[in-house]
Design a protein around this ligand. Sequence first.
Ligand SMILES: *[C@@H]1O[C@H](CO)[C@@H](O)[C@H](O)[C@H]1NC(C)=O
Ligand SMILES: *[C@@H]1O[C@H](CO)[C@@H](O)[C@H](O)[C@H]1NC(C)=O
Ligand SMILES: *[C@@H]1O[C@H](CO)[C@@H](O)[C@H](O)[C@H]1NC(C)=O
Ligand SMILES: *[C@@H]1O[C@H](CO)[C@@H](O)[C@H](O)[C@H]1NC(C)=O
Ligand SMILES: *[C@@H]1O[C@H](CO)[C@@H](O)[C@H](O)[C@H]1NC(C)=O
Length: 289
Amino acid sequence: MDSLKLSTILLSLLSLAIITQAQDPKYLIYSCSDTTTFTRNSTYQANLNLLLSSLSSNSTRNNINGFYNVSAGKDPDEVYGMFLCRGDVSNSVCRDCVNFATKDMLKKCPIGKVATIWYDECELRYSNRNFFSAEYDSPVFFSNINYVTFEPERFNQLVAITLSNISTRAASAPTGDKKFAVQQANYNLQILRTLVQCTPDLPTPDCRRCLAGAISKLGNCCDGKQGGIVIFARCNIRYELYEFYNATAAAEAVPAPPPVALSPPPASGSETRRKGKVDNDLFNCLVAI
Ligand SMILES: *[C@@H]1O[C@H](CO)[C@@H](O)[C@H](O)[C@H]1NC(C)=O
Ligand SMILES: *[C@@H]1O[C@H](CO)[C@@H](O)[C@H](O)[C@H]1NC(C)=O
Ligand SMILES: *[C@@H]1O[C@H](CO)[C@@H](O)[C@H](O)[C@H]1NC(C)=O
Ligand SMILES: *[C@@H]1O[C@H](CO)[C@@H](O)[C@H](O)[C@H]1NC(C)=O
Ligand SMILES: *[C@@H]1O[C@H](CO)[C@@H](O)[C@H](O)[C@H]1NC(C)=O
């Protein structure tokens, strides 16, 4: 366990204050416990503040591969937290996203002990329980509300197969490196884009298992949907029929093999409004956009 020092906190509060305006990350979804709450000025809140400034200050480090986890305080007021930036985002975009998230989260979830917020570029999470233990790690789902109209079963299969393929690739990266992979596939004159990611500290077999678990949950949220996200603490998957990552940057971050083909024509609409869904009451004030 890392321990937090007051000097670090003061320093990071200071640096927060002088950070210049950066482009806001693209907000996707958040979840916030509304039954598990803390009271204002409690020890939990103080620990949470320490945690958030530690996450913010560590996001400026260059050698973390977009990931940092830390805890603050002691049981029963201990707070666990982490951030994970999408594998293709630069250090500066990652840092800006995490900084933004630490503030945005408290606005959206001012007294929740358990919270997760997602942007296109990064994820921030904290909890009064160690979400790295499987027991407390419940998935958050997020799906595109639009359905594919052409051969939905084949689309589901293509999504699952492509995600499985790149899971192997992402998981095989050495521990500590980015465990991240993207892959395109052709679908009905459109391009399916898929992404998988584990936290860099996750060993290969655990990463593979986590991703397989996430893929197996797709039926809970995303059957026939044009896009979907399944988020666990240690891994996440996403697919869409539009470009939601920077393919150039992704190719630089990790090498990508050529696209895979599936089926020919008809056409389908591609409006993207979104809806959130969760399967656990810890995440019962999930807000959709
Ligand atoms: C919390 O602390 C601040 C500053 O110490 C004080 O102004 C505020 O009244 C306190 N709030 C509660 C609910 O105790
Ligand atoms: C990162 O956070 C730890 C506490 O977890 C703190 O001791 C350390 O100084 C931070 N590093 C940076 C660069 O802010
Ligand atoms: C961060 O994660 C590592 C491994 O996943 C774990 O050993 C460590 O205890 C965690 N740190 C904190 C502060 O929770
Ligand atoms: C997945 O990988 C298998 C074997 O490596 C390959 O035959 C198949 O075409 C791939 N499919 C997709 C959708 O990537
Ligand atoms: C994508 O990444 C490349 C390489 O890092 C960068 O030059 C380009 O500006 C990025 N494009 C967008 C739209 O961010």
